[in-house]
Design a protein around this ligand. Structure first.
Ligand SMILES: NC(=O)c1ccc[n+]([C@@H]2O[C@H](COP(=O)([O-])OP(=O)(O)OC[C@H]3O[C@@H](n4cnc5c(N)ncnc54)[C@H](OP(=O)(O)O)[C@@H]3O)[C@@H](O)[C@H]2O)c1
Length: 329
């Protein structure tokens, strides 16, 4: 097994993102999700990613129910700071009392005594990040949480928070088509000894080649419908990039999804991709990326083929972009 360091934990170099089992990409299928979770542990996945946000607690509940007898087999990561607001809609809230409440409810949903890695899901711009992380560090002192992380923050915010409590991980989007992390946070993580957990490493299915027509394949409630890169006019142009991408995958003797993950693993030793899936077959396929070896020439070809200058459409729409710590760009 290829491993990576995640603070005090040594984990499989590929983790499992559990979001789509309950949230974001269409109607959940708990039966298949349960099979996928169990198969993942059998295959050696030992770093699982969830959040209070996913299905407003349903994803944590799923993991708690299905994996309660196997809790010792994996490093459990969850997130606070983005949950259901009083109006029933998603709300960013980094106030200390809210984070504590979310953590205590999460422990019950997850049927565990301790969360190994607890992230602040989004920085709340109305609360100093030192206050949010300060309260989370008290959760560590109390033994409810083992280590801390942040998600989607700038290098400056990362440094501020790291000064309050040493961080284990930063979780931010990173894939061939989302390269913002290359501006500053990847380097900041390396310098500070913080693992970089790459979310949406398959470009939310774009880099798997299975999503050919978002307009007909995605359900009405799928969040990708609101992401500019998936708008029909942009997506058609993005799809054209996959022809050469497929040639490189054939050359490397792997699938398209495996190529996307192998590119990340070859990029730097502190990067841990967490591909998301609710399907057994994809759980099996994705871990196969550990066996893929890419030459420097293949890495260069990929870099030039798919990057921020060749992709059409912004990563997020304007409303979602406003929630992000833009200092990172
Ligand atoms: N911190 C944050 O703000 C944040 C934001 C987004 C995600 N995340 C975390 O990162 C994880 C991964 O990100 P993501 O799920 O957004 O994107 P992703 O991993 O880039 O892509 C997931 C999509 O690809 C599909 N897929 C997975 N493996 C495949 C394969 N081998 N062949 C074909 N299709 C495949 C999945 O399908 P199925 O689901 O239908 O199997 C799903 O539609 C999430 O689960 C979550 O834990 C964190």
């Amino acid at each position: 097994m290829q491993t990576r360091q995640l603070g005090p934990f040594t984990v499989n170099a590929i983790g499992l993102g559990c979001m789509s089992m309950s949230h974001a990409y269409g109607t959940p299928d708990p039966v298949e999700a349960e099979k996928a979770l169990l198969r993942a542990l059998d295959l050696g996945y030992n770093f699982l990613d969830t959040a209070a946000l996913y299905g407003f607690g349903k994803n944590e509940e799923l993991l708690g129910r299905v994996l309660q007898g196997r809790r010792h087999e994996f490093v459990l990561a969850s997130k606070c700071g983005m949950f259901k607001g009083p109006d029933g809609k998603r709300q960013i809230d980094g106030r200390p009392a809210t984070l504590r409440q979310t953590c205590e409810a999460a422990l019950e949903r997850l049927r565990t005594d301790v969360i190994d890695l607890y992230y602040l899901h989004r920085r709340d711009f109305s609360v100093p990040v030192e206050d949010s992380i300060g309260e989370m560090s008290r959760l560590v002192q109390e033994g409810k949480v083992r280590t801390l992380g942040l998600s989607e923050v700038s290098a400056a915010t990362l440094r501020k928070a790291h000064a309050v409590h040493p961080l284990t991980a930063l979780q931010t989007e990173y894939s061939l088509w989302s390269r913002n992390a290359e501006i500053a946070v990847l380097d900041a993580c390396r310098e500070l000894g913080i693992a970089f957990v790459a979310f949406s490493p398959l470009a939310r299915a774009f880099l798997t080649g299975t999503l050919s027509d978002p307009a007909t394949q995605l359900e009405a409630a799928d969040i990708r419908r609101h992401m500019p890169r998936f708008y029909p006019e942009n997506y058609a142009k993005n799809l054209a990039l996959l022809t050469r991408y497929q040639h490189i995958a054939t050359d490397a003797n792997c699938t398209l999804a495996q190529l996307a993950l192998a590119w990340l693993l070859h990029r730097a030793p502190h990067i841990i991709p967490i591909p998301g899936t609710r399907h057994v077959a994809y759980v099996e396929e994705n871990i196969g990326a550990l066996k893929v070896s890419l030459s420097q020439a293949q890495m260069n070809q990929l870099d030039q083929l798919i990057n921020h200058t060749t992709v059409s459409g912004d990563r997020y729409n304007a409303a979602t972009q406003e929630e992000i710590d833009t200092e990172q760009f």
